[in-house]
Design a protein around this ligand. Structure first.
Ligand code: DSN
Length: 416
């Protein structure tokens, strides 16, 4: 980064510091990962200089000789990896992808039914503070009060009550596999479009570690940077019959020119995700999340649903009376980065709720296996015992830094 160093030493130094942070800490934020150097290089390429409104072969600007090939390659690779009929790789990120899907199928005021935000859904699944909750009549379904899992009879009941035009399945904080077939049946019964937001688990789907929603859903959205380990971006996969509506909704409906540097990086990501190594990675992510769950359970933690079958877990700290925000901040000072999170039926406020969320995607990318996850669980438990002991937190951070040195992260090999 010599040019950056010469032009802007302040930003250069900050990026270097962020590299150090990502190398030295155990990163458990369930939506984060380490993109490979190849992905980072595509993202940082001259493709950022181009405008290309439209789609390959049908652009509104000239000079698309290369860009058309880049986008066609990205689309072809996503199609092949996920066995999708039609793919759009232009959404800027997950929220715009979801809004574009709504724009394709809905009019303002139409009803959408999605998982309630405090129960693990996403803001764009109809939360009142989101455009999805303001421009549409947003209804929600919840998890079962006892099991904290989805009760599909209850989801069906909600659908029969509110007759949604579009039913959304997907989550950003639910540790269990969804039954897409049951969702499909509910959507069919009420005549709804069935949309799946697989942003969190699309990498697991790509690697065969999670069922695919593609055979069941009318439309599937996903970011490309979470379990897929790609650039900050998104994509929409849909049945051929909806291709024109989706493409028109993304451009010109919602967005202008696509981010071609991101499109190239998505193509690279798909190539990486099609390898046997990625398949192994996806399965290891699940094993690692389960290993962390097992350690925490052995330490007496309460986990929402009692464990996980995907990449994430949610610990319910309500019985401890601790502020999960304080816990998350202390863990960060101890070198373990996660986020405080609401849990289903939380009695505390969202800005300081009862849960912490942990994901295994990033640490698995740097080579952690079950044994390392046990170390992570032990450290989390130890920190929670001594939240106010700053010397202990500093010692733990040093120990974590040493531990992490043995596991060079993708994209940060130059620090190893
Ligand atoms: N912000 C993402 C997450 O952390 O789950 C979802 O968009």
């Amino acid at each position: 980064m010599n040019a950056l160093l010469a032009a802007d030493p302040e930003i250069h130094a900050l990026i270097r510091q962020e590299e150090e942070r990502q190398a030295a800490k155990i990163r458990l934020i369930a939506s984060e990962n380490y993109a490979s150097s190849a992905v980072l290089q595509a993202t940082g390429s001259v493709l950022t200089n181009k405008y290309s409104e439209g789609y390959p072969g049908k652009r509104y600007y000239e000079g698309q000789q290369i860009i058309d090939q880049v986008e066609a390659l990205a689309v072809a690779r996503v199609k092949e990896l996920f066995a999708a009929e039609h793919v759009n790789v232009q959404p800027y990120s997950g929220s715009p992808a979801n809004i574009a899907a709504y724009l394709a199928f809905l009019n303002p005021g139409d009803t959408i039914l999605g998982m309630a935000l405090p129960h693990g859904g996403h803001l764009t699944h109809g939360a009142p503070v989101s455009i999805s909750g303001r421009y549409f009549r947003a209804e929600s379904y919840s998890v079962d009060p006892q099991t904290k899992r989805l009760d599909y009879d209850a989801v069906r009941q909600r659908a029969l009550e509110c007759r949604p035009r579009l039913l959304v399945a997907g989550h950003s904080a639910h540790p269990r596999i969804l039954d897409f077939q049951k969702f499909r049946a509910i959507a069919d019964e009420v005549g709804a479009i069935f949309m799946v937001d697989m942003a969190h688990f699309s990498g697991l789907v790509a690697g065969g570690a999670h069922p695919s929603p593609i055979p069941y859903a009318d439309v599937v959205t996903s970011t490309t940077h979470k379990s897929l380990r790609g650039p900050r971006g998104a994509m929409i996969l849909c049945r051929d019959q909806y291709a024109a509506a989706i493409d028109k909704a993304v451009f010109p409906g919602l967005q202008g020119g696509p981010h071609d540097h991101t499109t190239a990086a998505i193509a690279v990501t798909m190539k990486e995700a099609a390898t046997p190594a990625f398949k192994e990675y996806a399965h290891q992510v699940v094993k690692n999340a389960q290993a962390l769950a097992a350690t925490l359970l052995a330490k007496g933690f309460s986990l929402v649903t009692g464990g996980t079958d995907n990449h994430l877990l949610l610990a319910d700290l309500s019985a401890t009376g601790l502020s999960s925000k304080k816990v998350a901040k202390a863990l960060d000072r101890a070198g373990i980065v996660l986020n405080y999170n609401t849990i289903p039926f939380d009695t505390r406020k969202p800005t300081d709720p009862s849960g912490i969320r942990m994901g295994a995607c990033a640490v698995t990318s740097r080579g952690f296996k079950e044994q390392e996850m046990a170390f992570v669980g032990e450290k989390i438990a130890a920190v929670i015992e001594r939240l106010d002991d700053e010397a202990f937190l500093a010692r733990t951070a040093a120990e974590v830094r040493e531990f992490c040195r043995r596991f060079p992260a993708p994209g940060l090999e130059h620090l190893a």
